[in-house]
Write a protein that binds this ligand. Structure first.
Ligand SMILES: N[C@@H](CCC(=O)N[C@@H](CS)C(=O)NCC(=O)O)C(=O)O
Length: 262
């Protein structure tokens, strides 16, 4: 049946189901900001490929990912948050979203730095705290290689194979020394992002009063860490010298953050 709504494919959390993924938040924030009619279709990780692959016939896609959206005609599907942002901006230009800005590359680079510093925290906490158990085998199978040098396979790594459980135990050994070290390594990049926010005195966003895709990238990340747990949110705050610009950004975006469960 034809619908006037966009479908946003997102990954559910365990009950009560609310959005959590930094990647899907980027698109959800755009939809909320532009007040575009949409509904959410929740897909557990193992269901992403079977559900989405029929909609991308003939395309060589290594990993099917969300966010993906279906446009209101139901025929056209778009994957990847940046690509989705471009299409939404073209079809729903008001209110405007700045797709590229002078600071965009800097913000993306800093986000990658932060991700790299705390990747082991993310990999060991997402399934334990956010995902339904139905995802656990998928998460282990796809994420354990990320913990191993060169994303080695289990067979290639042999005795050296590191599991999620071992990595988690290492993080929390000695009073959580390694976990604190990861956050300490992330801190300078978190502060650099704060500095970019402070460079635009006329507004809470990266580009002053103008809302850009970079804002939604960063807000998505902040919401993701806060959702993993108060303990990690506090550690992130403690890792930074200047957290106020991030809090101010979240306050400025509060209307677009509210809708997170449908
Ligand atoms: N660059 C992509 C990244 C999307 C992405 O990695 N999404 C994850 C969920 S947070 C995913 O769907 N992973 C599927 C998998 O690992 O099989 C975007 O921004 O859309």
């Amino acid at each position: 049946m034809a619908s006037h709504e966009i479908v946003l494919y997102d990954i559910p959390s365990r009950p009560p189901c609310r959005a959590w993924s930094l990647n899907t938040w980027r698109v959800r924030l755009i939809l909320n900001y532009k007040n575009i009619p949409y509904r959410t279709e929740w897909l557990e990780y193992p269901d992403i490929k079977p559900k989405l692959s029929p909609h991308f016939p003939g395309q060589q896609i290594e990993t099917y990912t969300v966010p993906t959206i279906a446009l209101p005609d139901g025929r056209e599907h778009i994957m990847n948050s940046r690509q989705i942002a471009k299409v939404l901006e073209a079809k729903y230009p008001s209110p405007p979203l700045l797709l590229d800005s002078p600071i965009a590359k800097r913000v993306t680079g800093l986000l990658i730095k932060i991700w790299d510093a705390i990747e082991v925290i993310i990999l060991t906490h997402v399934h334990k705290r956010l995902l339904d158990e139905v995802n656990f085998p998928f998460w282990r199978e796809t994420r354990e290689p990320w913990l191993n040098p060169d994303h080695a396979t289990k067979d290639a790594a042999g005795d050296q194979w590191k599991t999620l459980d071992t990595a988690e135990a290492e993080l929390y050994a000695n009073g959580g020394a390694l976990l604190d070290e990861c956050w300490a390594n992330a801190g300078p990049a978190v502060d650099e992002i704060a500095q970019i926010l402070r460079e635009s005195p006329e507004g809470p966003f990266f580009c002053g009063e103008k809302v850009s895709f970079s804002d939604f990238q960063w807000i998505g990340f902040l919401l993701f860490i806060r959702r993993i747990g108060q303990d990690q949110w506090d550690k992130m705050k403690a890792s930074a010298k200047d957290f106020e610009p991030h809090e101010e950004l979240l306050r400025a975006a509060s209307d677009w953050i509210k809708r997170d469960d449908h």
